[in-house]
Design a binder for this molecule. Sequence first.
Ligand code: PMP
Length: 393
Amino acid sequence: MTSVQAQRDSTVVTGAEVGLAWLAEAAQKRADAGLHRRPHVRRAGAGEINLGSNDYLGLSTHPAVVAGARAAAGRWGGGSTASRLVVGTTQAHIDLEDDLADFLGFPAALTFSSGYLANVGAVTALATRGDLIVSDTGTHASLIDGCRLSRARVVVVDRGDHEAVRRVLAERAESRALVVTDSVYSIDGEPAPVADLYAAARAHGAALLVDEAHALGVRGPGGRGLVAEQGLSGAPDLVVTTVLSKSLGAQGGVVLGSAMLRSHLIDCARTFIFDTGLNPAAVGAAHAALTILRAEPGLPDRLRANARRLASACGVGEPAAAVISIVVGDPQRAVAAAAACRDRGVLVGCFRPPSVPVGTSRLRITVRADLDADALDHVAGVVDAALREVGAR
Ligand code: PMP
């Protein structure tokens, strides 16, 4: 009997966790495959350099952003107290939505309590049984889950293959179709061919939903994203989702599009209707961060310059956004490399299956605008030493 089985049997004997006895075996299997996960606990004053976060512009700790959170909590309380449709909508929610819509060039915006829920809500409200969704191999889990929950027929094409999207749309039997994509893929920061996807969708009477989570504050004029960079802000049949939890240093998600789209989501998006409204503190923080981004349009340029410098110092190609992905291959080795960085005071992300395909486990470094050249060179030295220590270099 293995120790895993012994553990399971002892659970049976004590009468506890009978129905969940299989968890231990599953955990052992994940541990054997190097896929066991445990969150790193950040401790105040630890002095770590954090390149594992999505705080691209370093705004989560900006005094004005913290003050925005505090002021909103003081005015509206520690929670929004109800779903948006009951009494969970405050004037602060509406002001933020109007300002986001104005900044990003769309008629209307609707916030959700996370980016994950914004994507699930938007996709499931825009496609259902009898419809077609064309997705790709690089989309974020929240879009994948939205596709699954929608009950639409889902066709997944290779990431970036807009000709395949065109073919699938042309050959469909369904009258309604939705194409979904990330604009900057979260795994490696590479851009999707957004303009080509939009042209494909328009040519075949479909709508395009673009997730700008890793492009807001990173790409486009003043950080307005890849959609703005391609001249598509406010275009018909285009839906943009993005997050308040990355460049804006707060928390929450947002869907942008026409006034009719906003109204449809209010009536039909289950993750809007049945979820407590976005926390007022997050609303206040995000609005303060948006105000900073408007006032300092050079911040995204600084971020991308930092990304170029760090990528070059790490010996990898020029990044299209602010994600630097260093493929290690084996998951155990990737975990060991991330731990070796952490031991040297540098936090980096470590992506393993199922977040990435088998054999492509990697370090994922998210660059920040608020690091100087010395810090970036130090990080590059630490990453190099860590990779050598685990035999990945
Ligand atoms: N979309 C993408 C591309 C993301 O990377 C993430 C966050 N990892 C989300 C959506 C979900 O956003 P949130 O964390 O705000 O739920």
